[in-house]
Design a protein around this ligand. Sequence first.
Ligand SMILES: [Zn+2]
Length: 220
Amino acid sequence: MANLSSLNQKWALDLLMDCLKINGITGKESAIAKHVASTLIKLGIPKNLIKHDSAHKEIPLPTECGNLIVTLPGTSSGPRLLFSTHLDTVPLCAGAIPLLKGKKITASGKTALGGDNRTGVACLMYLAAKLIRENIPHPPITLLFTVREESGLFGARYVKPQDLGNPAMGFNVDGRGPEGITIGAVGAERFEVEIFGRASHAGVYPEKGISSIMVASIAL
Ligand SMILES: [Zn+2]
């Protein structure tokens, strides 16, 4: 368990390793959500500022818990800021055991690691720790930890904006390097298409056939 008294690189690393050790593939986020909430309470965030919404009751796929929302009052004036991240990892990460080798963290077995997005989770907890432990003046801040991101952004789709305290702007931590900020994207929609070709004798009537593979490649 990360020692909560001193903030440094080692502490941040421990925070991340603790998050990586917890299983929480998409839809099964209750253990990691509990870990986040208890760590934040140990940091000094009052329990009543940490809430779960009921998104899991509306998400059309089985989901253990709702989004975790932390609303911190400001210690200086300014519009509320939102920092968000997702709690879940892809199913390939089930049973992952993180291993620190030199400067690299890898999964010890055949699973994926779950850096996406336990890195984001640790990052937001570090942010909270930094603000609280070092008494850094800050405007009101909302931390949002969403569920079921990997299977279709469900936590974010079902979050109620009024639960977020009306933030003026938001930063989602779910990328590669800390130096890059994406300010616009086309978004994502998932759909399935079935293409049926028409069978025909390849030697005698090839011109009467329709290749579904060709249609798919043209469509793509
Ligand atoms: Zn992600």
